[in-house]
Design a binder for this molecule. Structure first.
Ligand SMILES: [Zn+2]
Length: 207
């Protein structure tokens, strides 16, 4: 579906099946969506070689990056990329060391949350246990491109990351005891993933 920026008139061909937000690439106003602050639509430069339009291959199927959510944490930041993956949506979580691929959409966290803190094990099933590696407060959130729904648009949540040696990983977004969502996925080392149509400078290419 073709939509147009109400400010600058730029046309945009909406591609995701459940588009929640489109940020104009030219003037950084909302083409679709509402309720965000203007500075949340300005994306700062960072070290990432992935960008909107980057493509790649995951489990023998191509994906295309459509948009980005940048989470500024207290000590660090991370990118959560929204990708078109066949007919599905895939979230790609990027930190300095690893890339996480999250295929099921955001869902309410089904387990007891009370004891989650860095270092403890989270039992997802009898077979799957994940070690909690990070608990950090998100202090700022920014948006770019076209995005599927994100449950906490104003960014007031704690992010918990847990994973195990088998490559299972989970991101838990905890706003309060009644609002906890998670993404389930698989984590890979950055060198195990190939992306195309990336920015040309990158520490990733110095391998
Ligand atoms: Zn515009």
């Amino acid at each position: 579906m073709q939509i147009y920026c109400p400010i600058c008139g730029r046309g945009y061909a909406q591609k995701l099946k459940d588009t929640w937000l489109v940020v104009c690439d030219t003037c950084h106003h909302l083409v679709k969506g509402s309720g965000l602050e203007p500075d949340q639509l300005m994306m700062p430069d960072d070290w990432s070689n992935i960008q909107v339009g980057t493509t790649g291959l995951y489990k023998s199927q191509n994906f295309t990056i459509m948009g980005r959510i940048r989470l500024q944490m207290k000590n660090d930041f991370r990118n959560l990329w929204c990708a078109q993956y066949g007919q599905e949506i895939m979230w790609i979580g990027q930190s300095l060391e690893s890339i996480g691929f999250f295929k099921p959409p955001f869902a309410p966290y089904p387990h007891n949350f009370d004891q989650i803190r860095a270092g403890v094990n989270i039992e997802f099933s009898e077979q799957i246990k994940l070690k909690c590696e990070l608990v950090e407060k998100c202090i700022e959130i920014r948006y770019e491109g076209e995005l599927s729904p994100f449950p906490f648009p104003m960014g007031n949540f704690n992010l918990i990351q847990a994973s195990n040696a088998a490559g299972n990983t989970v991101l838990v977004f905890h706003q309060n005891e009644n609002s906890i969502q998670f993404l389930w996925g698989e984590v890979m080392l950055v060198y195990g993933v190939t992306f195309n149509n990336t920015k040309t400078w990158s520490q990733w290419e110095t391998k």
